[in-house]
Design a protein around this ligand. Structure first.
Ligand code: CA
Length: 705
C-alpha cells in the first residue's frame, strides 16, 4: 500500500505501523518519490510541493520552519531563471524530490533543478496548432499535477496530456472538450486514487454546459464525467442528480447551455474519500434570460461532493441560488479540522465571489458559518437553518437596474487562499468593488447566448468603484474561521493581487501587482520583509526544501485576465509588454544570486502620425475590437502589459504590415494569433479605431489613459 521511497509520516494513524522500518531502507533509486494518496495526504513532510495547494488538503501550509518570523528579513535570492520567451505567468510550480516543474506561456512545461534553476527538460504541447478561437488564454494556466512519475498538463485548447516526469516525453493525450465548443482550460488538473480530474471554463463564451471529467492516470482512458447543469429533458438525463437539478430550472434553459463550468476549486478529501467540485455561474449571467420563471438552477455556484471512484453525486451546497451576478463558487476549497462550539469538526473553508466566508461540514454539507468578508449588498446574511442567503430586494435588478457589491470579479477570485492551522487563520487577497447592472435595453426573450461578448447590459464590463470609505480596492485578509471575523487586514495596491502561502515559521508570503514580494507574520500581519522584483506578480509562491535548505519560490510575470481587461488601471503600474524580465526566482537564507536589473516602469506613449481617422470607421472598429481584441490588448487598446499597447504601435499605420500580423500571423510565435477570417473592411475599421484611441491618448496627455 505504501509505496513512498522516503519516510513519510502519514496522517493516517493506521499507516504508522507499516512505516516502521522505513527509516533505513531505500530500495529504489534516490531522488524518487512515488506520489500517491498517502504522499498527497501527508501534511508533515515539507520537502515537496506536490499539487496546486501542496497536498490534497489544499491548505498551502508548509510545516517548514527554517525560514521563520525571526530570520525572514535575511531572505535573499538563491537562484534566478530568466524566462525571456514567456509573458504572463500565473501558475503554482510543483517540487518533487529536488526537481521543480512549472507551466508557463503557451502551456509550455519545464523541469528544472530546484536548487539551481538549471533546465532538465522542456515540453511544448503546441497549443497554437490546436486553437481556432479564444486564443486569449495562452498564458493563463494556473498549474499542473504530478502522480507516479508523470506530470499532467491541461492545455488551453482542452487537451489533457501526461508527460514522463524524468524526460518530458508525452505519454498520452486526450481531448476533454468536444470539438466546436467554445470552452477552454486554465485550471490545474487534480490527481487522486489513480485518476486525474479536469474541468473547463467557458460559461461566458456561448451556450456551454459545464462538466468535469476523470481519466485513468496511467492510460488516459475516461473513468467518468459529471455534468454540472441539466441538458434538454427530451434527450434524457444522465443520472438522478441531473433529473433533480432540472426541477430547479425553468423555460428552455438548455438553449443557453446553462454554464456552471468548473475551472478551479477541485479538492479530494482523503479522510472522507470524497471529491469536492466548486462550480461556476450561469450562462448567460442574467437569470431572467436562462431560467425566466426563476429557480435555484442547480448546480450553479455550488460545492458538489462526488464519489471519487464513480463520479456519483453525494451532496451539494449552493452558495448562490439562482445566480444572476456571475458569483461563481470556483474558488479554493480548503480542508482542515476546527473546534467549533466545543466540538471537533471536519470542515472545508471557502471564500467564493459572493462575499461570504463559509465554514462547511465536509461530511454533510451543513453550513457552520457564513459571514461577510467584504462589503456585500446582494444578501444581508446566510440563514444557517436553511443555508440560503437572505437576499436584499432590488439587488436582482428586478426592475432593470441595480448597484451591487461584490462585482463579477468577486470579493475573492481564484487567487490562492492558504490556511495556517497553527495561527488558525486563512489568508487571501480580497477585492472591494461594486458594479451597476442594467438589462433595461435588452430583449430578454430573444437574447442569444452568442450575443454575450463582454459587451453591454446583462454582460460584461468590470467598471465600478470601491464601496469602502477608504476607497481601497484590494487587501490581504486574515480570516479567523472560528471567531468568524477578520483577524488582520493589510491594504494592497490596485485590484487583482496574487495568492498566498503560509508556513509553520509563522509566515505568510504574497507577491503584489506592483512587483513587491512580501512576508508577514501569520498571527499579526506585521510586515517582516519585502523585496522589489521589478515586474508585477500574478502567481502565488510556494516553499520547499532540498538537502536541508528551505526555499521560497515564485514565478514573476505580469499577466492574467485583469492585465488586459483592467486596461488603464493596470497600465498605471508601467508593466509594458515585453519590457521587464519574466523569471522564476527562489529565495533562501543563504542565497547569493542577484536579480536581473529591471528597467523602471514605463507607460507607452501613443505615436503621432498624419493618419486621418474616419469617425464612422472607428466606431465600427470599436465594436470589433470589443469582441476580438480587448481581452488581451485592453479596453480602448490601453493594454495593461499582457499584450502590446496598440496606441504605441507603428505597425498600425501601415495597412500592409497590420494585415501581416493580424490576418497572416506574422507574430504567432509571440502569442499573437492569426485571424485569417478577418475581412478587409474589418481590418481597416480596426486601424481607424486604434489610431483614434492613440489620438485621444495624446490629447489626454500621453499614456496610461
Ligand atoms: Ca464567470
Amino acid at each position: 500500500m505504501l509505496r513512498a521511497t522516503r519516510c513519510n509520516l502519514a496522517l493516517v494513524a493506521s499507516l504508522l505501523v507499516a512505516l516502521a522500518g522505513c527509516a533505513d531502507s531505500s530500495p529504489e533509486a534516490p531522488g524518487r518519490l512515488i506520489v500517491d494518496d498517502v504522499a498527497m495526504a501527508d501534511e508533515t513532510s515539507g520537502e515537496n510541493w506536490l499539487a496546486f495547494g501542496r497536498t490534497s488538503s489544499e491548505l498551502r501550509f508548509s510545516p517548514l520552519t527554517q525560514i521563520n518570523d525571526a530570520n525572514v528579513a535575511e531572505l535573499s535570492p538563491d537562484w534566478v531563471l530568466e524566462l525571456p520567451e514567456d509573458r504572463g505567468l500565473a501558475s503554482t510550480p510543483l517540487v518533487v524530490e529536488g526537481v521543480m516543474y512549472f507551466i508557463g506561456s503557451m502551456n509550455r512545461v519545464r523541469a528544472v533543478d530546484a536548487t539551481s534553476g538549471a533546465l532538465i527538460w522542456e515540453y511544448d504541447p503546441q497549443v497554437r496548432d490546436y486553437v481556432e478561437r479564444l486564443r486569449v488564454g495562452w498564458d493563463h494556466s494556473r498549474g499542473i499535477a504530478y502522480w507516479n512519475d508523470k506530470v499532467y498538463v491541461a492545455t488551453w485548447d482542452g487537451r489533457l496530456n501526461a508527460v514522463d516526469a524524468a524526460t518530458g516525453r508525452e505519454l498520452w493525450s486526450v481531448h476533454t472538450i468536444e470539438p466546436g465548443l467554445a470552452m477552454y482550460i486554465t485550471g490545474a488538473p487534480k490527481v487522486f486514487k489513480g485518476k486525474v480530474l479536469i474541468g473547463n471554463g467557458g460559461t461566458e463564451n456561448g451556450p456551454n454546459r459545464g462538466y468535469v471529467t476523470a481519466y485513468d492516470a496511467e492510460t488516459g482512458e475516461q473513468a467518468w464525467r459529471f455534468w454540472i447543469v441539466p441538458g434538454n429533458p427530451a434527450d434524457g438525463f444522465e443520472n438522478d442528480a441531473m433529473a433533480m437539478a432540472a426541477e430547479t430550472w425553468t423555460g428552455e434553459w438548455w438553449r443557453h447551455g446553462g454554464g456552471g463550468n468548473a475551472w478551479h476549486g477541485f479538492t479530494y478529501d482523503a479522510e472522507l474519500d470524497q471529491l469536492y467540485i466548486g462550480t461556476g455561474n450561469g450562462s448567460p449571467w442574467n437569470r431572467k434570460i436562462r431560467s425566466p420563471d426563476g429557480g435555484d438552477n442547480l448546480f450553479l455556484c455550488s460545492i458538489v461532493a462526488l464519489d471519487p471512484d464513480t463520479g456519483e453525486y453525494i451532496w451539494h451546497y449552493q452558495t448562490v441560488p439562482g445566480d444572476t451576478w456571475d458569483y461563481n463558487s470556483n474558488m479554493d476549497i480548503v480542508l482542515t479540522d476546527l473546534e467549533i462550539d466545543g466540538r471537533e469538526r471536519q470542515v472545508m473553508l471557502h471564500a467564493p465571489k459572493n462575499g461570504f466566508f463559509y465554514v462547511i461540514d465536509r461530511a454533510t454539507g451543513e453550513v457552520l458559518s457564513a459571514e461577510k468578508f467584504v462589503e456585500t449588498t446582494w444578501a444581508s446574511s446566510i440563514d444557517l437553518e436553511t443555508g440560503r442567503p437572505v437576499e436584499v430586494p432590488g439587488s436582482r435588478y428586478e426592475d432593470g437596474i441595480a448597484m451591487v457589491t461584490p462585482s463579477p470579479l468577486g470579493g475573492h477570485n481564484w487567487h490562492a487562499m492558504s490556511f495556517n492551522p497553527e495561527a488558525g487563520l486563512a489568508f487571501y487577497p480580497a477585492i472591494h468593488l461594486n458594479r451597476s447592472w442594467d438589462d433595461s435595453g435588452i430583449d430578454l426573450e430573444t437574447f442569444q447566448a452568442e450575443q454575450w461578448t463582454g459587451g453591454t447590459g446583462v454582460g460584461g464590463g468590470l467598471g465600478g468603484a470601491s464601496p469602502r470609505e477608504d476607497g481601497l480596492l484590494s487587501s490581504l485578509q486574515a480570516w479567523d474561521p472560528v471567531r468568524k471575523e477578520i483577524a488582520w487586514e493589510v491594504p494592497l495596491p490596485g485590484l487583482y493581487n496574487p495568492g498566498t502561502v503560509t508556513t509553520a515559521g509563522n509566515l505568510v508570503f504574497q507577491g503584489r501587482i506592483d512587483g513587491s514580494f512580501v512576508a508577514y507574520r501569520a498571527d499579526t500581519g506585521e510586515e517582516l520583509w519585502t523585496t522589489d522584483l521589478g515586474l508585477g506578480i500574478t502567481a502565488p509562491p510556494i516553499t520547499y526544501s532540498v538537502d536541508g535548505r528551505q526555499y521560497v519560490a515564485l514565478l514573476v510575470g505580469w499577466g492574467g485576465v485583469m492585465a488586459g481587461l483592467g486596461g488603464a488601471l493596470q497600465a498605471s503600474y508601467g508593466w509594458s509588454y515585453g519590457v521587464h524580465t519574466r523569471m522564476l526566482v527562489a529565495f533562501s537564507l543563504e542565497g547569493g544570486a542577484s536579480l536581473p536589473v529591471q528597467p523602471d516602469p514605463v507607460v507607452p506613449v501613443p505615436i503621432e502620425d498624419d493618419f486621418e481617422v474616419d469617425a464612422e470607421m472607428a466606431t465600427a472598429g470599436a465594436a470589433f475590437f470589443g469582441q476580438r481584441c480587448n481581452l488581451c490588448h485592453g479596453p480602448g487598446s490601453v493594454s495593461g502589459g499582457l499584450a502590446p499597447d496598440l496606441r504605441a504601435s507603428r505597425i498600425i499605420s501601415s495597412l500592409e504590415r497590420f494585415a501581416s500580423v493580424v490576418r497572416d500571423g506574422r507574430r504567432a510565435d509571440d502569442g499573437m494569433p492569426a485571424y485569417r477570417d478577418i475581412t478587409f473592411d474589418e481590418l481597416v475599421s480596426l486601424q481607424h479605431y486604434i489610431r483614434d484611441r492613440a489620438e485621444a491618448g495624446l490629447a489626454a496627455g500621453g499614456g496610461g489613459g
